[in-house]
Ligand binder design. Structure first.
Ligand SMILES: NC(=O)c1ccc[n+]([C@@H]2O[C@H](COP(=O)([O-])OP(=O)(O)OC[C@H]3O[C@@H](n4cnc5c(N)ncnc54)[C@H](O)[C@@H]3O)[C@@H](O)[C@H]2O)c1
Length: 455
């Protein structure tokens, strides 16, 4: 802030800037037709699908499908028997066929598509088998457990010409579509700095899930859960809190960074993988429960055209936040509200260093500056630009829109935005973050070798 007396022009700007923070009306966005209007779909166009993995997310997705027109759940599969019941409840059909064996589902000729919501370390082989069986796949995020898994999954999808959508639902959100519209309009100017965080401060947010009383080796197929992970005796903590352990999940990077990275890739139109990542963090609070991942992690990513900083902290309830800092404006998404605020890009007389000038010289400088910069209508118009603010309607669920986009693509064979390539790039962002954290070094993406190497 200039220390000398404010010019008239500076005063006007500061006045309107303060107004902008308070007077911009929030516009409530309207849901997409896909999910909101329940467009009728001819019975012959009904997509018949099954869900493999019907834990927490699988059940959420099943419930979401009940709001999507023209789809029918005809089978569910999970390794834990009580989840067959939970899935039937979620989909509202007590008679839907349930099995522990996913191949039974893939062998069925009456099934067009699979929702794959198993633990991350099981994504690859079921995904590959589903593609080979001719099923389209909605695969939960993060797409891959390892870099190698991701490229194998891309190959499987492309070789078998499947419609694949990865499950970072923000990519189908009406709020993110509005953010993308603003970003693409050029209103932000050039964006070199992006910042995102997702902080939670509850046991649930830190994956300290209760163990159901009926959990046992009788009700759970423990060996199949382990899959290619190291063999170990039945451990319900590992089964229900798998995100905490490197054998099955990717910690905060795989759970939450992937949503932030997917949202940023979508809004900014980024298709490249970050070139470099540097992480810092630690296990500060949840030290006693045997987890292997940190409860705080921050990663700085280098992309060709911008720098991105991402943080997840399980020790503060900061919520979800994105900011795109441009030369002409700032776009912020905080939970379900999007705000765009223009920068003051109007020419201004320099108002800091002249504080050290004698009054006479300062006034002469200001007078000459005014003469050289006559006010124009365009400049005056900019003073009126107070920015924009948007929110989603009450009860809006981007998961329903994401599901609707997938099933629509299954029907039309038109490509989706969050396909296997998109999902693979976002997941590699998570792997870069963890590689850097655990190796205490910068993580460099080598695109030719398709590997992460130490920096
Ligand atoms: N998009 C989102 O917002 C979101 C939210 C939560 C979870 N997820 C993702 O969804 C997936 C599932 O997470 P969750 O929270 O539901 O975990 P969960 O532990 O509640 O459920 C996973 C289920 O997968 C089943 N499973 C594992 N291997 C299997 C196999 N070979 N055959 C059949 N079933 C198998 C397990 O029995 C378990 O019930 C993960 O990839 C996770 O990252 C996404």
């Amino acid at each position: 802030m200039a220390k000398n007396s404010l010019t008239r022009r500076q005063f006007i700007h500061i006045g309107t800037g303060a107004l902008a923070a308070t007077s911009v009306a929030k516009v409530v966005l309207q849901p997409h037709l896909l999910s909101a209007a329940a467009r009728p779909v001819a019975p012959s166009d009904t997509v018949r699908f099954a869900s493999i993995g019907t834990g927490v997310r699988g059940c959420e997705l099943l419930e979401a499908t009940t709001h999507v027109p023209g789809v029918q759940c005809v089978g569910v599969c999970d390794l834990y028997d009580s989840r067959h019941t939970a899935a039937r409840e979620a989909v509202g059909n007590p008679g839907v066929a349930a099995t522990r064996e996913y191949r039974t589902i893939l062998d069925r000729k009456d099934i067009d598509a699979i929702i794959l919501a198993v633990t991350d370390h099981q994504h690859r082989h079921i995904f590959e088998d589903a593609c080979a069986a001719g099923k389209d796949v909605y695969c939960e995020k993060p797409m891959s457990h390892t870099v190698e898994d991701g490229f194998a999954m891309v190959d499987a999808a492309q070789k078998n010409k499947r419609i694949v959508q990865i499950g970072s639902q923000r990519v189908s959100s009406i709020l993110y579509a509005k953010a993308k519209e603003i970003y693409d309009s050029g209103k932000l100017g050039e964006v070199f700095s992006i910042n995102a965080y997702w902080d939670r401060n509850t046991p649930s947010g830190a994956w300290v899930y209760p163990i159901p009383p009926d959990a046992s080796e009788k009700t759970i197929d423990w060996n199949t859960f382990l899959g290619t992970a190291p063999k170990r005796p039945f451990d319900p903590v590992r089964f229900f809190r798998w995100r905490c352990f490197t054998d099955y999940g990717e910690g905060l990077a795989g759970d939450l960074f992937v949503h932030l990275i997917s949202g940023i890739h979508y809004i900014s139109g980024t298709t490249t993988i970050a070139q470099r990542a540097q992480s810092s963090g630690g296990l500060f609070h949840f030290k006693e429960d045997g987890r292997e991942f940190p409860d705080l992690i921050e990663t700085m990513y280098d992309y060709p055209d911008f720098r991105l900083t991402v943080r997840c902290n399980l020790n503060n309830a900061g919520g979800e936040f994105f900011a795109f800092y441009g030369t002409a404006g700032t776009l912020v998404i905080k939970d379900s509200t999007l705000t765009y605020k223009p920068e003051n890009t109007r020419p201004e007389p320099e108002g800091y260093s002249t504080f050290g000038w004698p009054k006479e010289l300062r006034e002469q400088y200001l007078k000459e500056w005014d003469q050289q910069h006559p006010a124009t209508a365009a400049l005056a118009a900019k003073v009126e630009d107070e920015g924009e603010s948007y929110t989603t309607p009450p009860g809006y669920e981007d998961t329903v829109d994401h599901q609707a986009n997938f099933f629509n693509a299954v029907r039309t064979r038109k490509p989706v935005t969050e396909n296997e390539m998109f999902g693979n790039s976002a997941a590699i962002g998570c792997h870069l973050s963890n590689f850097s954290y655990f190796n205490r070094t910068a993580a460099i993406w080598d695109p030719n070798a398709r590997k992460i190497v130490k920096g």
